[in-house]
Structure formats: structure tokens, C-alpha cells
Design a protein around this ligand. Structure first.
Ligand SMILES: [Zn+2]
Length: 524
């Protein structure tokens, strides 16, 4: 090792455990030596290389590269920890009762914010209306994001803020038989309303995210690909970094609409420092499964970006040296996204841009192999498969053989990256790994078991592959000499236990760049 890694910097040896490097050349070691912020070597290197290291007894525990959540709306998730949560409600009545219980805590003049409802889970089947809310909220303006963030349920007091100006291209306003808005807005209409009237302040986002990074560290997270660039996340991260409370590395999205400004400023992908970097442009092809706005080959759904417009965004991204991450859920949305990457490939491929499709949730069989052929990554969320199974079986009946097709994608050679999509699922990479391997989160049999991944593959998608997408493959995502010491300690080696036990594996501690960010040793 180069001597600059040694000397006065603190050094530590993690020993007497199972170190999974996630690199095929030396997959397992019994110890790991860390000098300063980097890994110095595996077993046998320590006595000779490190002066007076701290020794940490792993006690048979397992060390893995730190988890990288490849798709998270971090400040939104952090803020959602403080809002009325409507996940798991099974009827409209129960949902409204939860809202009612939160009304008293809202200060006069403030909004009641909430998130997590999904009318598809309710029985009897019904769609919500503003009148349902008015009964319990009265004049308190109330805005409740659907679980998938593609529908917004408002009460009458909230709707009044818009003065009837609700129409936005790419959006949907639900109306009652008399033509009046029901209180539910979808897609661009929902986001436009939220941005104009319900947007949180930067201080609120910073406060919530400061707490959020602590929760993330406790779950083994050392890196995120954030999707909240539109919300000002880049500023939030910089404030946390400057105050010293940022304990994960950020690969940041920025809205595709800003590509001209970014190009004009020469803000290219990778600009930043070791903690916060400008990453990629974010765009949307369609809506979601839950809001029934995913764009399908049968002609249903909502188009947010056309194939031609996406191709223009990709070309503009080439000019600005910024790759594109495009949200595509339905099979038509995915096909058109792939088409746009294909027709522009001669421009972006030689520039080494690491393009990606987010979600890739429903694929026509003939499109599965195109991710690998084109070199477009599938940035997916393993947890969505078991969470969405009932809804997908109902709404995509007869087509689910191409839904959440992680094994098929992997077998064609596609690069899989795993994210939580928090706050849609909990920010918990290990839960995602379990979902990828087991395809069930309850007592039921695996959903489409033919699409299960091995533990090794699920972990690759949660460590090394997201690092590659962030152009960090030579310094993160594996536990190799010279790499950053970003790691997680698990209470046992998951490879040595049956798959059914995976959900009970616990994160013990987390380290970022040689510093413990969660639960420093000793552990008993
Ligand atoms: Zn998302």
C-alpha cells in the first residue's frame, strides 16, 4: 500500500469475522485492515502495514460493503416521517379516521400533510373525495399524497388555494358527474399543486433530513442515489455536509427541465466532492400502477414524456455530459424509453454516460433483453414486487410474467441496481435484499418465484452496481485495498443461513470512510 495511507491516521483492524468483499477475486476474508478512510488490506496485511491499530473483535459477525440505496426521495421520505401516515389502511373510513386524529396537532394557518394512502387497498372499493375529508378537517387545508406520490387528495379548503386553476398538461383532474373536482389530482396536476401550495421550506427539509441520515445509517446505508433534485435536495445535502452531519454519500438527480442551465454552468455529472455529487437528469415517461396511470401497450395510462421528447432530453444530456434516469412503469413507457435510448445511442455510448430506467416495472417479453443490449441499467426496487403483487395481479392480470422481472433482466446481462423508492417503501436496503431473494414479505408463497435472485445477486445490486452507476466502481461498492472503508456489520453471515432466515438478520454497525456512523464497537 502507498505509505500516505499510513502514519498518523487512525487505523483499525476488524478481525475474527466473515468479510464479504463482493469481489470475485477474493470473495471472503477473515479480517479487514483500515487505514484512515480507506481499506488497507485483508487478512495477513495488518501486522506489517499498520502501526498500533485498534482491534475490533467481530465475534463471527459479517462485514459487507455499505448499502447503497439506488432510488430514494430522501428529503421527502425524511419529511414523511413527521406527517400523518396512511399506509396499511384497508378502508376509506379507517383512512379518514387517521386523518381526523391528526387534525388537532396542526397549528392555525398551517397545512395538514399526509402520505401513504392507496385506494386500491380499500374495501369496499371506492375513490376518495374532498367531502370525505371536509367532514373531519373542516377549514384546515389538507393535502394527502398517495402512496405512489402520483395522486394528491385534497379537501375543499386546500383546493380553494388554486382558485380553479388546476389544469396542467400531463395531469388529470378527477371530476364528479356535475363536473366539479372531486379533490383528487393526478400526475402533473398533483405535483404542480403541491409545488405551488404545499411545498416544505428548506429549513423543514434540512431538519427532517438530519434525522433521516441517522435512521439511514442505522440501516447500513452509506450511499444514496437521491431523486429529490426538483425539491432542492442538493442544497439540503450541502447544508448537512457543511454542518458535519452528513454520514452518507449522495449521487444527486436534477430535473431534466434544467439541462440548459446546467450545461450553461458546465455542471457536469460527477461535480462535487467525496460526499455530494451532481449525478444525472431525472425525467418521467408515465404514471404508476397504483394510480392506474402507468402507460400500457393496451393504450391505457398517462404519457408524461413522449419518446421524441425523451430523445431530446438524452441529446441535451450528452451536450451537458449528464446521463438520464427516466421513470418508466408501464410496458409501453418502458418500450418508448428504450427506443429513445436506442436512437440516441451513437451519441451517448461513446461518451460513457451511464443511462438508466427507473422501475422498469412491466416489460413486454421482447423488451427484456434490450436493457443489456443497449447498456441501459435497470434501476429497480426489489421490495415493490411483494408489496405490489395483489394490485399487479388485479390491474395487470395476464401480463405479470413480465412484471418485476428481475431474474429475467439479470439473465440477459442487464445491470440491476436496487433502491427502496422511499417513502413509497421504507428506506431499508436489507428489506429490499430479502424481497429480491424471497419474493414474499408475508406467509404467502413467493410471487413469480421464477424471478427470484440469489443473495449474491441481490447484494451486488445493492452495493457494487449502484457504485458503478455513480462512476465510483474503483473506490466504492467492494471491500478491496484502496477502496473507501464504507461498510456495514451484520449480526451473522447471511450466506451461511437458510434464505427464510434472511429477514431476521440485523444491522449491527455502519462505517463511512473509516468512521463509525452507527453503533461503534465494542458490541456484546
Ligand atoms: Zn421514485
Amino acid at each position: 500500500m502507498p505509505s500516505r495511507l499510513l502514519g498518523y491516521r487512525p487505523s483499525v483492524i476488524l478481525e475474527n469475522g466473515v468479510v464479504r468483499t463482493m469481489d470475485a477475486s477474493l470473495p471472503v476474508a477473515r479480517a479487514l485492515a483500515i487505514a484512515g478512510e480507506r481499506i488497507a488490506g485483508g487478512v495477513g496485511t495488518h501486522e506489517t502495514l499498520l502501526a498500533t491499530p485498534d482491534r475490533v473483535d467481530l465475534g463471527g459477525r459479517c462485514v459487507l460493503p455499505g448499502f447503497n440505496d439506488a432510488h430514494v426521495h430522501f428529503p421527502t421520505w425524511a419529511l414523511a416521517q413527521r406527517q400523518v401516515r396512511l399506509e396499511g389502511t384497508t378502508s376509506l373510513e379507517e383512512t379518514v379516521a387517521r386523518v381526523a386524529s391528526a387534525v388537532d396537532e396542526v397549528q392555525p394557518g398551517r397545512w395538514l400533510r399526509g402520505t401513504g394512502w392507496r385506494s386500491g387497498d380499500w374495501s369496499p372499493a371506492t375513490e376518495p373525495t374532498r367531502q370525505d375529508l371536509d367532514r373531519v378537517t373542516g377549514d384546515t387545508p389538507t393535502a394527502l399524497m398517495a402512496r405512489d406520490y402520483h395522486s394528491l387528495w385534497l379537501n375543499t379548503a386546500a383546493l380553494a388555494h388554486a382558485n380553479g386553476n388546476l389544469e396542467v398538461p400531463g395531469g388529470v383532474i378527477e371530476r364528479d358527474p356535475s363536473g366539479e373536482p372531486t379533490g383528487v389530482l393526478r400526475e402533473e396536476c398533483a405535483w404542480h399543486f403541491r409545488d405551488l401550495y404545499v411545498r416544505p421550506s428548506e429549513d423543514e427539509l434540512v431538519d427532517a433530513s438530519r434525522e433521516g441520515v441517522r435512521i439511514a445509517a442505522a440501516r447500513g446505508v452509506t450511499a444514496v442515489h437521491d431523486k429529490d433534485g426538483w425539491l432542492g435536495a442538493l442544497a439540503v445535502w450541502q447544508r448537512l455536509r457543511d454542518e458535519g452531519s452528513l454520514t452518507l454519500r449522495v449521487w444527486q438527480s436534477l430535473p431534466a427541465e434544467k439541462v440548459k442551465e446546467l450545461a450553461a454552468l458546465d455542471l457536469r455529472s460527477g461535480f462535487g466532492d467525496d460526499l455530494v455529487r451532481v449525478g444525472y437528469l431525472k425525467a418521467f415517461m408515465d404514471g404508476t400502477l397504483g394510480s392506474q396511470t402507468a402507460r400500457l401497450l393496451d393504450g391505457s395510462g398517462v404519457q408524461i414524456t413522449s419518446r421524441e421528447t425523451l430523445a431530446e432530453i438524452i441529446r441535451a444530456g450528452v451536450e451537458a455530459q449528464l446521463p438520464v434516469a427516466v421513470h418508466a412503469i408501464g410496458d409501453l413507457a418502458n418500450r418508448e424509453a428504450l427506443d429513445a435510448f436506442e436512437e440516441t445511442r451513437d451519441l451517448w455510448h461513446p461518451r460513457g454516460l451511464r443511462q438508466r430506467i427507473e422501475h422498469a416495472q412491466l416489460l413486454a417479453p421482447e423488451d427484456v433483453g434490450r436493457f443489456a443490449e443497449l447498456g441501459v441499467a435497470a434501476s429497480v426496487q426489489f421490495s415493490h414486487a411483494p408489496s405490489d403483487r395483489d394490485l399487479a395481479d388485479r390491474l395487470w392480470s395476464g401480463r405479470t410474467s413480465g412484471a418485476y422481472a428481475y431474474r429475467s433482466l439479470r439473465d440477459t446481462g442487464a445491470l440491476l441496481a436496487n433502491g427502496s423508492d422511499a417513502p413509497i417503501e421504507e428506506l431499508d436496503p436489507w428489506a429490499g435484499v430479502c424481497a429480491g431473494v424471497l419474493r414474499t414479505v408475508d406467509e404467502r408463497q413467493p410471487w413469480h418465484p421464477e424471478e427470484r435472485l440469489t443473495l449474491e445477486e441481490a447484494l451486488q445490486a445493492t452495493t457494487a452496481n449502484p457504485a458503478w452507476l455513480a462512476r465510483d466502481e474503483h473506490r466504492r461498492g467492494k471491500l478491496l485495498p484502496g477502496f473507501l472503508a464504507d461498510l456495514v456489520v451484520l449480526d451473522r453471515d447471511p450466506f451461511q443461513h437458510p434464505a427464510e432466515e434472511l429477514p431476521s438478520v440485523q444491522v449491527v454497525a455502519t462505517m463511512l470512510g473509516g468512521r463509525w456512523t452507527h453503533n461503534p464497537p465494542p458490541w456484546d
